[in-house]
Design a protein around this ligand. Structure first.
Ligand SMILES: [Zn+2]
Length: 245
């Protein structure tokens, strides 16, 4: 179901030639733009133009990677399901609004037609023309809006049902994103735990090393140190005395 919606929104923003790009972009990982071009059998520039159109509406995301040998960037693309579905929903909501306006106008205003010329006019315009067709001279008839209204209302129902289904897909996508967040959070926690363990080990090692050093210094005879101190003391005093003079 979601694939049909994605295709619809992609064609809506980028036209018929973009139709086949949808499935290629519907992956977990971003896809190399050259591979996309090859798969839809268009040039890289044609492909990019399509991708930019879709991207302008925020329906795809991209990452770039530098080719170290050639020094240029290659872009990788993938469709954003949630954003695309929400975009499509907005488009359909606008269509619903338009249809509702049509219905209102048909229910509140009278329209006139010339059956021979198959033209339709508002009451004001029909009055201006004295309810007579300029082209053929026939007298206008009142338009029966019943059929039209039935058609509008049918379309309205269809659109509402579609939005209901899109909402379900939107909820699914939101659920997926939440799940992904939890998974990533767990990963991060794991990494943090590893890091703290590492740090803990490092600290332990350092402590051990310190202890060793301490032991080593402790092992060295205390006398030597005190002997040094004793030896140094007079000379420092002597220096100070020298400076003062
Ligand atoms: Zn006419």
């Amino acid at each position: 179901m979601i694939n049909a919606f994605l295709k619809e929104v992609i064609v809506y923003v980028a036209g018929k030639p973009a139709e086949n790009i949808t499935e290629i972009l519907s992956t977990k990982k971003h896809v190399n733009e050259f591979l996309i071009a090859k798969k839809i059998d268009l040039t890289i520039n044609q492909t990019r133009n399509i991708l930019y159109k879709i991207s302008d509406n925020g329906l795809v995301s991209s990452i770039r990677k530098k080719d170290n040998k050639k020094g240029w960037y290659t872009y990788f693309w993938k469709i954003e399901n949630l954003k695309s579905l929400e975009f499509l929903k907005q488009v359909l909501l606008k269509q619903i609004e338009q249809i509702n306006n049509h219905i209102k106008s048909r229910e509140s205003k009278q329209f006139y037609i010339c059956e021979r010329c198959n033209i339709e006019l508002t009451e004001e315009k029909a009055l201006l023309h004295n309810f007579t067709c300029d082209e053929c001279g026939d007298v206008f008839k009142i338009k029966d809006n019943f059929k039209l209204l039935r058609e509008f209302k049918k379309n309205l129902e269809k659109l509402k049902n579609k939005i209901y289904l899109i909402d379900q897909e939107i909820e699914k996508e939101k659920g997926k994103i939440e799940k992904q967040k939890v998974v990533e959070g767990k990963k991060l926690d794991k990494e943090k735990a590893k890091e703290t363990i590492k740090k803990g080990l490092a600290r332990k090692k350092l402590a051990e090393m310190n202890l060793k050093n301490k032991k080593a210094t402790l092992k060295k005879p205390k006398k030597k140190k005190s002997f040094k101190q004793k030896k140094n003391l007079p000379s420092v005093v002597g220096l100070k005395n020298k400076k003062r003079r």
